[in-house]
Design a protein around this ligand. Structure first.
Ligand code: ACO
Length: 402
């Protein structure tokens, strides 16, 4: 083993960086993060300004095309998206192949992957027009698929999109309307939903985006690549943390029990971690968590939810952790997932829908990054090396000699 390591070390350039802690896998013009200052920009615009003054479809345009749209460009883009929100009618049957109690993320991985079968007229990655159509289809249809996965899990009929509604309102409508009782979308709630979408829209080379790029680097079609991204996002160390975080806050239950959970998070013999805490890049604070915290207060006020125990536990947990030597020394701060679940729960979503909502919001980031990579003439297949630490060469032994 030592000899093999020596051999690798002698190679011209060979870096060993498990988890890519300090290795850039690509260059990109889309998103910038300064982890020490707690800054996040999409195409140079700070996330706080976009969350406050812009809206999701405008942000989608910005991420996809590099500039903020003018009025005509935005109107045209919105029309293109709303014309593609319906999914192929045959996909209804595809859903029915899943168990009713499947996690909506499991259903989404399958159905989004199957889009390449239903929309095979936009899978030629060498044709820029097809790449564009695939991008629009994904941004438009993934919310419909997420809402259908939810409806399916409830045993309720699918709700068709209403294209006169804005993107966030339409999603709320598809999730919460039932045939006899169309859901009245409160504009303030729709605004909060839209802000959640914006805050999740892109985040440079996180695990799921890197997965999309790696899958795409082989020439795989965009629907297959996004399905790979959804699968990766599902893990509790990544997008699955929003579900895990709310479940943790519920389990803590009351502020009196917080010290017990803080102690568990610090105990190296206990696999428990404070969900919604810590980040590979942010070592100061996650700017998305700040906006999310304000939004949580606003939404609960709006819904007339006062003294929400989960929010109380979350705020107190944050306060205690940020004064604790363990969390301070390791620079562990709340991340985007810490407060998002509280807002989504107040809106009426079950925890199983939290990660699908993250996935639909991130679809634009994934597809923007995929397009950037495909259009780059320098693009080559992603093929990490490894450090082999297995057995030295040995000769095969026949079965009866082992
Ligand atoms: N609770 C307790 N301790 C923690 C936590 C936590 N949430 N996060 C990190 N630590 C500790 C680790 O045990 C480690 O301690 P050590 O140095 O004594 O071994 C140290 O802090 C560094 O942690 P790593 O896991 O090495 O950091 P990494 O950058 O690999 O992981 C991650 C980042 C996965 C986000 C981690 O902080 C974590 O598991 N957090 C909880 C899950 C979560 O909220 N994920 C969402 C991330 S944001 C997103 O994907 C949208």
């Amino acid at each position: 083993v030592l000899d093999i390591r020596k051999l690798y070390a002698q190679a011209d350039v060979f870096t060993y960086d498990p988890g890519f802690t300090s290795t850039a896998s690509c260059d990109s013009t889309i998103t910038y993060i300064d982890g020490d200052k707690g800054e996040l920009w999409y195409r140079g615009y700070p996330i706080e300004q976009l969350a406050d003054q812009s809206h999701y479809l405008e942000v989608c345009y910005l991420l996809l095309y590099g500039e903020l749209p003018n009025k005509d460009q935005l109107a045209d883009f919105e029309t293109r998206i709303t014309r593609h929100t319906m999914v192929h009618e045959q996909m209804h049957y595809f859903f029915r192949g899943f168990r009713r109690d499947s996690h909506p993320m499991a259903t989404m991985v399958g159905v989004v992957g199957a889009m390449s079968a239903f929309y095979h007229d936009s899978i030629d990655i060498n044709d820029p027009v097809q790449r564009e159509i695939a991008s629009i289809r994904l941004i438009a249809k993934v919310p419909t698929i997420a809402a259908m996965a939810y409806k399916y899990s409830l045993g309720q009929p699918f709700v068709y999109p209403r294209n006169e509604l804005d993107y966030a309102s339409n999603f709320l409508h598809m999730c919460f309307s039932v045939p006899a009782e169309p859901y009245h979308v409160d504009p303030a709630l729709s605004r909060a939903m839209d802000r959640i979408f914006t805050l999740h829209a892109d985040h440079e080379q996180n695990a799921s985006t890197s997965t999309v790029r790696l899958a795409g680097s082989s020439g795989a079609n965009p629907f297959a690549c996004i399905a790979a991204g959804i699968a990766c996002l599902w893990g509790p160390a990544h997008g699955g943390a929003n579900q895990a975080c709310l479940e943790m806050l519920r389990e803590i239950g009351s502020v009196e029990r917080i010290p017990e959970f803080i102690a568990r998070a610090k105990d190296k013999n206990d696999p428990f971690r404070l969900m919604g805490f810590g980040h590979r890049v942010y070592k100061n604070f996650d700017p998305r968590a700040k906006v999310m915290k304000e939004s949580a207060d606003e939404v609960l006020d709006l819904l007339g939810v006062h003294n929400n125990p989960t929010l109380q536990v979350a705020k107190e947990l944050e306060r205690i952790a940020l004064e604790d030597e363990y969390f301070v020394s390791k620079k562990l701060y709340p991340n985007v997932d810490f407060y998002s679940g509280i807002i989504l729960e107040a809106m009426g979503f079950p925890t199983s829908m939290f990660t699908p909502i993250f996935a639909l919001s991130r679809t634009v980031g994934w597809i923007s990054q995929w397009k950037e990579m495909i259009a780059d003439p320098q693009n080559k297949i992603g093929r990490p090396r490894q450090l082999y630490v297995g057995s030295p060469r040995r000769d095969y032994k026949p079965l009866d000699a082992r």
